[in-house]
Design a protein around this ligand. Structure first.
Ligand SMILES: Cc1cc2nc3c(=O)[nH]c(=O)nc-3n(C[C@H](O)[C@H](O)[C@H](O)COP(=O)(O)OP(=O)(O)OC[C@H]3O[C@@H](n4cnc5c(N)ncnc54)[C@H](O)[C@@H]3O)c2cc1C
Length: 307
C-alpha cells in the first residue's frame, strides 16, 4: 500500500515527488511513456528561475528527479493504463499490475498536438516549437511561421511579433475558428501575414538539425512553393492526458481536469498538478508550483486521516 502515487514525471510530477519525499511519504512516480515530460523534448530553457545562463530541458528534469530520489522517491517505468477511484484504497493499473494507494497526484500533462510531418519531431527545440512564451525570445529579427486557426494561434502570432521580423500565419482553411476579437487583432497587426487555404508539406533542414524553411501547398490551386523560416510554431491545441480516468475525474469538454479548489479534484484524495489542469499558463514553473501544492495537500489529507 502506497501513501502517494504520482502519475507523470514532468515538472509537476517531479516537484510533487520532491515535496512528498521530504514529507517522508515515500512517493512512487509512474514515469509514463514520455519520461521527463515535455521539457525532455526541448533544448535551452531560459525562463526557469535560478539558472541565469539557462539550462537544457533534459538536464533540468534530471536534476529534479535526482533531487526527489535523494529524499526517497521511487520511479517506475511504465504508464497507468486503467484506474479505479470508486473505492479506497485507490487502484492504478500500471501496464497490467495493479497498485494500491491512499492518495494519487495526477500530473500527466497535456501533449501538444503536432502536424505529423516527417521532420517535425526531429526539429523540436531546433526551430520547431509549440510554445511562443517559451521560445519566442530566440527569434529576434527572424522569420517566424505560426500554424493554426484558433484563438491560441492568433495569440501566439501576436505575441511573436514582439520578436520576429515577420510572422506568417498559415491556416488550412479560409474560415477561422478564432474569436472575432482575436482574429481582428491579428489582422490589424502589420507584422502578421496571413496564408489561408495553405498546408505545410515539409520542414527543412533535418540533416543540419536546424529549421531553415518549409514547403507549402495551396489547397485550392495545388501550387506548392518554399519559404525561408527560422522559427516554426505549431499552435493547433493540446490534448490533456486524462483518458485513463475518464468518467471518474471531472473534466471540462476538452478533457482538462476541473479544479475543485487548490489542487483538489472531485474525488477527495486525488489531486491534480500541472498542465493536465492548466489551459492558460502551461509553463515549467507553473507546473512545478502546482506539483508543490498537490504534494502539500496530499500530505495534509493523509495527516487528517491519521496516516
Ligand atoms: C518543445 C517544448 C518546449 C518548452 N519550453 C519551455 C520553456 O522554455 N519554459 C517553460 O516554462 N515551459 C516550456 N515548455 C512547457 C513545459 O514543458 C510544460 O508546461 C511542462 O512540462 C508541464 O509539466 P507537467 O509536469 O504538467 O506535464 P508534462 O511535462 O507534459 O509531463 C507529463 C508526464 O505525464 C506522463 N504521463 C502521461 N500519461 C500518463 C499515464 N497514463 N501514466 C503515467 N504517466 C503518464 C508523461 O509521460 C510525462 O512524464 C515547453 C514545452 C514544449 C513541448
Amino acid at each position: 500500500m502506497r501513501n502517494v502515487v504520482i502519475m507523470g514525471s514532468g515538472c509537476a510530477g517531479n516537484t510533487a515527488a520532491i515535496y512528498a519525499a521530504r514529507a517522508n511519504l515515500k512517493p512512487l512516480v509512474i514515469s509514463g511513456h514520455e519520461a521527463g515530460g515535455q521539457l525532455s523534448l526541448t533544448t535551452l530553457v531560459e525562463n526557469f528561475p535560478g539558472f541565469p545562463e539557462g539550462i537544457n530541458g533534459p538536464d533540468l528534469i534530471e536534476n529534479m528527479k535526482r533531487q526527489a530520489e535523494n529524499f526517497g522517491a521511487e520511479y517506475l517505468h511504465g504508464a497507468v493504463v486503467d484506474t479505479d477511484f470508486s473505492t479506497r484504497p485507490f487502484r492504478l493499473d500500471v501496464d497490467g499490475e495493479w497498485i494500491e494507494t491512499r492518495t494519487v497526484i495526477i500530473a500527466s500533462g497535456a501533449s501538444a498536438r503536432w502536424l505529423g510531418l516527417k521532420n517535425e519531431q526531429k526539429l523540436i527545440g531546433h526551430g520547431v516549437s509549440s510554445c511562443a512564451t517559451c521560445d519566442g525570445f530566440f527569434y529576434r529579427n527572424k522569420n517566424i511561421m505560426v500554424i493554426g486557426g484558433g484563438d491560441s494561434a492568433m495569440e501566439e502570432a501576436n505575441f511573436l511579433t514582439r520578436f520576429g521580423r515577420q510572422v506568417t500565419l498559415v491556416h488550412r482553411r479560409e474560415e477561422f475558428r478564432a474569436s472575432k476579437i482575436m482574429l481582428d487583432r491579428a489582422r490589424h497587426n502589420p507584422k502578421i501575414k496571413f496564408l489561408t487555404n495553405t498546408v505545410v508539406e515539409d520542414i527543412y533542414d533535418a540533416v543540419n538539425h536546424l529549421v531553415t524553411g518549409v514547403r507549402l501547398r495551396n489547397t485550392r490551386t495545388g501550387k506548392s512553393w518554399e519559404e525561408e523560416v527560422d522559427g516554426f510554431f505549431v499552435a493547433i491545441g493540446h490534448i490533456p492526458n486524462t483518458a485513463v480516468f475518464k468518467g471518474q475525474i471531472s473534466t471540462d469538454p476538452d478533457g482538462y481536469i476541473l479544479p475543485q479548489g487548490g489542487a483538489r479534484t472531485n474525488i477527495p484524495g486525488v489531486f491534480h498538478a500541472g498542465d493536465v489542469q492548466d489551459r492558460v499558463y502551461k509553463q515549467a514553473i507553473t507546473a512545478a508550483g502546482a506539483g508543490c501544492m498537490a504534494a502539500i495537500e496530499a500530505e495534509r489529507y493523509l495527516e487528517a486521516e491519521g496516516h
